[in-house]
Design a protein around this ligand. Structure first.
Ligand code: GMT
Length: 377
């Protein structure tokens, strides 16, 4: 099958999922064409089945705002025609679903029929999509998609709650390739960041306010008051300054490491004792799944789709949003009990294996086959 994948190329879960999905499809023999405004950061185009097409954005003095959606639509038309694509799969509804809808109409006028799938990831529904300046377009584009998927039951319910949806939404969860997270912990070089055997706590995100990273710093302060510990923060974004200031105010800055948009995710997780996800809203929480695959228990909030991934008292602990006392208590319960920690580490890996790519990829392939009429081998 020839599949066009549209995604954001930046440091965020939807782009990661789209990229990993495309690379896995290519490994299965499908031809995959990524279409984005810059190369997705996890995309390693070294396969005869993988292609990348950049959306050129042309400026003109009249435009105060660049018409990205038009450039994207034109690119979708161009790639679909010239590479004879069978299907478009867009990740994150804004503005990808409406661009795909328009591209489909333009292609039909040129005699090419092509279905498109929209995968909803989270803030395209729960935050941005609900904004009145986007809502009617998103609702229309979801209803006009040939297939719609949501990454958790929670996101599916939110979509039905916030929009008038007259079609089916299939839940296809996010996934990981568990083999990529299989390193034994003695190869983690933990002493680089914890030379005195300190516990390593970590977090990975795009540092948006919805992640409530300041809560992590507050929890870290409470933990570090009790035992030697380091906090490793991966990613960057609008909250970085506030997080750094708070770490200074609470006098923990010397034990907080900001790694920026590092690609060394597996290495950080490999050396971590606990992973934090303190979000106010989270449709799935891909980075906590990556942590669990690396045998790292997760201290999280209980919002959105997180409880579908992190299981209370098994792979980690869940608290109400903002309850830093409970999160610190839970973190210390695990950090102070080696036997319990050992059990949670194994449980985390077992729970993550339910989301292995071998389980999830066939769900997408079956949907592609149904919509295109192309039989799978
Ligand atoms: O806000 C983010 O974390 C980025 C955002 C995205 O679009 O990349 O993440 C959303 O999609 C991820 C992949 O499906 C999910 O794992 C995240 O939970 C979701 N973020 C939110 O719902 C806040």
């Amino acid at each position: 099958m020839k599949i066009g994948i549209v995604c954001y190329p930046t440091f965020g879960g939807s782009g990661v999922v789209a990229t990993e999905l495309g690379m896995a499809l290519a490994a299965q023999g499908h031809q995959v064409h990524f279409i984005s405004y810059s190369q997705p950061f996890r995309l390693d185009v070294f396969s005869e089945n993988l292609f990348y097409h950049e959306v050129p954005i042309t400026n003109y003095p009249l435009f105060e705002f660049l018409p990205y959606e038009i450039s994207l639509t034109s690119k979708l038309v161009d790639v679909s025609l010239h590479h004879d694509l069978d299907l478009l799969h867009v990740h994150y509804a804004i503005p990808h679903a409406s661009a795909a809808y328009l591209a489909k109409q333009i292609l039909a006028s040129r005699g090419k029929k092509i279905p498109f799938i929209t995968t909803l990831h989270g803030t395209d529904i729960t935050l941005m999509g609900r904004d009145p300046s986007y809502q009617p377009v998103i609702e229309f584009a979801i209803n006009e998609s040939d297939g719609v998927t949501a990454v958790s039951d929670s996101l599916r319910s939110d979509t039905l709650k916030y929009f008038k949806i007259n079609r089916e939404i299939e839940v296809i969860p996010n996934f990981i390739d568990i083999e990529n997270y299989a390193k034994p912990s003695d190869l983690c070089f933990k002493e680089l960041y914890a030379p005195k055997g300190e516990k390593i706590l970590s977090h990975i995100s795009n540092f948006r306010p919805v992640k409530r990273i300041e809560d992590i710093v507050r929890v870290f302060k409470k933990v570090r008051d009790e035992l030697p510990a380091k906090l490793i923060l991966v990613g960057d974004g609008p909250e970085r300054g506030n997080v750094e200031n708070l770490a200074r105010q609470l006098d923990v800055i010397k034990d907080v490491v900001f790694l920026g948009k590092s690609k060394a995710i597996e290495r950080v997780l490999c050396m971590s004792d606990l992973f934090f996800m303190t979000s106010e809203s989270e449709s799935f929480g891909l980075s906590s799944l990556e942590a669990m695959a690396s045998h790292v228990p997760v201290i999280s909030t209980n919002t959105g789709g997180i409880p579908e991934v992190n299981i209370q008292g098994y792979s980690g602990f869940l608290s109400n949003v903002g309850d830093v006392d409970d999160m610190a208590k839970n973190a210390l319960t695990l950090l102070n009990d080696d036997e319990l920690m050992k059990m949670f580490r194994l449980n985390a890996r077992t729970q993550a294996s339910k989301f292995n790519i071998t389980e999830v990829l066939p769900m997408y392939e079956r949907m592609y086959s149904r919509l295109t009429g192309i039989k799978l081998d």
